[in-house]
Design a protein around this ligand. Structure first.
Ligand code: TYD
Ligand code: MG
Length: 472
């Protein structure tokens, strides 16, 4: 079938045979994306489709020639249970919803050096060891470089067939010939279709590459993991558009300088998006961290500015240390630096702390860090941030350290209930953090506080409270 190239505006959908820097339709800049369009054959098909659709109530001519498809109640639709392939990496399988689904497309994003190649190489290694056919396509590294890594990852990783290639057609031929049960494309931004003139990694190329691989993978039941890079802002570079196409989007996060890595599902057609897996990068590759709470509590400093947050990572409770430092600022606009938390959340907590806790930080730089490079994305972290900042600001450790807490702060200074209090409390008790400060109705064993002021009264020594009130 004859094919030609066209350009579509990602903003207004305008189609053009030529590329323009500025869309002639909506006048947005740089929004025209190169695409392959089907030639004559499919033009006819689409003409047929529109003729059928345009027939209207009276025009039954086209409609009568087509077989009628009856809609059925959902209960009558046969559903076979999903088959899953265990990758042998428990945390990865859990985040995927129980393993890789044959024929599915998974997009794994993460910044460079975070461990995407290591994780995918290990997963294929385990699958190869269990007798499945696998294929690792590397467009980024040479076969020798991939082998050097695989040597560190054990014998299974060395059994995986490698193809170091960037040409899409060659890769598609290899997938067809090898017929793998699981295949990794590392990375989707390096592959290139000769039929488009755009550079590898451009939106048009990335979409074309993913689309063609998806077609082949679905028809053959191959599970494909597409590795993608993430920009500084945290978005998947180029393949944002892929997020709609793929079945599952996984994000690998962490700080390169620190050993902990977190794997999260942002989208999952075959499982929950609540799950997160924790890994540690070691000499022999990524190791699952199963006792993270114990480690973080043991490492908690118990100094002024330190508090333990009883957080939820998906369906699992996790105890993490939140640290704060408050120091007089020499800047007109004092610094607000966060790591592992949302910056806006910190601004909100500082405002509530100033207004309802009488702890002002207006003239100070405030630094807040979730220790270990872990990211906490839930409202239950508010109280921990407030207590850490309060303790740092007063220069006194919290009472009964390591002190654990959780709860969301409302704008009127109330402490709000958050999900799964019983699991958080049980985890804290298991790791020696009794007397958890928690919102009202959290259940047995908690030191309940209705407001931020109540929580501060429970957590700070009486002398420092008086000091805070005098200063306010
Ligand atoms: P890599 O998987 O190449 O990252 P990505 O594909 O996301 O760019 O791994 C990156 C880092 O991990 C690299 O700096 C070296 C380190 N590493 C280890 O510490 N131990 C190991 O066993 C391996 C394979 C890598
Ligand atoms: Mg890599």
């Amino acid at each position: 079938m004859a094919r030609e190239t066209a350009y579509t505006c990602s903003e207004c959908g305008l189609q053009s045979a030529q590329w323009h820097g500025k869309c002639p339709g909506c006048e947005a800049w740089n929004t025209l994306i190169e695409e392959r369009v089907a030639g004559v054959g499919s033009a006819r098909a689409s003409a047929r489709r529109s003729a059928g659709r345009g027939a209207g109530p009276g025009g039954s001519g086209a409609r009568s020639r087509r077989p009628t498809l009856a809609a059925r109640p959902l209960r009558e639709v046969g559903a076979t249970p999903l088959e899953r392939m265990a990758t042998g990496i428990g945390e990865l399988d859990r985040v995927l919803g129980g393993g890789l689904v044959p024929g599915s497309l998974v997009l794994l994003g993460g910044s460079p050096g975070i461990g995407k190649s290591t994780l995918t190489n290990m997963a294929l290694g385990h699958l190869a060891e269990s007798g499945r056919r696998t294929l690792y396509v590397s467009g980024e590294e040479s076969a020798e470089q991939v082998r050097l890594r695989a040597e560190r990852l054990g014998p299974g990783a060395l059994r995986v067939p490698i193809l170091a290639e960037t040409d899409l057609d060659t890769v598609l031929d290899a997938i067809a010939a090898e017929a793998p049960a699981a295949c990794v494309i590392d990375s989707v931004q390096t592959l290139h279709s000769g039929e488009l003139s755009g550079a590898p990694g451009s939106v048009g190329q990335v979409r074309e590459v993913a689309g063609q691989i998806m077609q082949l993978a679905k028809s053959r039941g191959t599970a494909v993991i597409l590795v993608g890079h993430v920009t500084k802002e945290g978005a998947l570079a180029g393949p944002r558009v892929l997020e709609h196409l793929v079945d599952c989007v996984l994000q690998f996060e962490g700080e390169r300088e620190r050993p902990y890595r977190e794997l999260r599902a942002l989208k999952n057609r075959f499982g929950s998006t609540n799950e997160a897996g924790l890994f540690e990068m070691r000499q022999g590759g990524l190791v699952e961290v199963l006792d993270a709470s114990a480690r973080f509590v043991a490492e908690a400093t118990r100094a002024p500015g330190s508090v333990v947050l009883a957080a939820m990572e998906g369906s699992r409770p996790l105890l993490v240390e939140v640290q704060a430092l408050v120091a007089p600022s020499e800047l007109e606009q004092p610094r607000r630096v966060v790591s592992g938390l949302d910056r806006n959340r910190l601004a909100l907590v500082l405002a509530i702390l100033g207004r309802h806790g009488r702890i002002g930080t207006g003239g100070s730089d405030v630094f807040v860090n979730v220790v270990g490079g872990v990211r906490v994305d839930e409202p239950g972290c508010d109280l921990a941030v407030a207590l850490a900042v309060a303790s740092a600001s007063r220069g006194v450790p919290l009472l009964r350290t390591p002190r654990a807490c959780f709860g969301e702060l409302g704008l009127t200074g109330e402490l709000r209930w958050v999900g799964h209090p019983e699991r958080r409390l049980a985890e804290a008790a298991k790791h020696g953090c009794g007397e958890v400060i928690a919102p009202v109705d959290s259940g047995g064993g908690a030191c309940e506080a209705a407001t931020l002021a109540d929580a501060l009264a429970l957590a700070l020594p009486a002398g420092s409270r008086a000091l805070a009130e005098a200063a306010a």
